[in-house]
Design a protein around this ligand. Structure first.
Ligand code: 5GP
Ligand code: ZN
Length: 121
């Protein structure tokens, strides 16, 4: 929990210590473009509180997890995801080394746009 601004890249982005192409921010969440996009639209939705993995989520964190998921379609469509019913998006969370997680501050990947996508599809 809290800020891990010495060691965590996403805590540094939350704190404004390193730049990011932000698309959304409120008291609990921040969303920005992935620096190495795997799809034409690739956003990351990140809680401001430092939670290492989905396996570390506690009951008090459940609301923020819900908000991350619930806001994903809106942010995707606002940032160019093809509209439904034909278009859409994909939301992914990698968990732990075996799940391909590289940054240990939970984040939801939001992918959209015309294929091909790299790595996630
Ligand atoms: P993971 O593999 O942990 O699920 O995904 C980490 C994601 O964070 C990767 O897609 C990677 O490109 C992205 N990423 C890593 N460092 C930075 C950074 O400094 N800024 C931004 N915007 N994205 C980053
Ligand atoms: Zn962090």
């Amino acid at each position: 929990m809290g800020a891990h601004t010495d060691t965590c890249i996403f805590c540094k982005i939350v704190a404004g210590q390193i730049p990011a192409r932000k698309v959304y921010e409120d008291d609990e969440l921040i969303a920005f473009h992935d620096i190495n996009p795997a799809a034409p639209i690739h956003l990351l939705i990140v809680p401001k509180t430092h939670i290492e993995t989905l396996a570390d989520v506690r009951p008090a964190d459940e609301a923020i997890l819900g908000r991350m998921m619930a806001i994903a379609p809106r942010l995707a469509f606002e940032n160019g995801a093809p509209a439904m019913p034909d278009g859409g998006l994909r939301v992914i969370m990698n968990v732990g080394p075996g799940g391909g997680q590289e940054v240990y501050h939970i984040h939801l990947h939001v992918l959209a746009g015309e294929p091909p996508w790299r790595g996630f599809a």
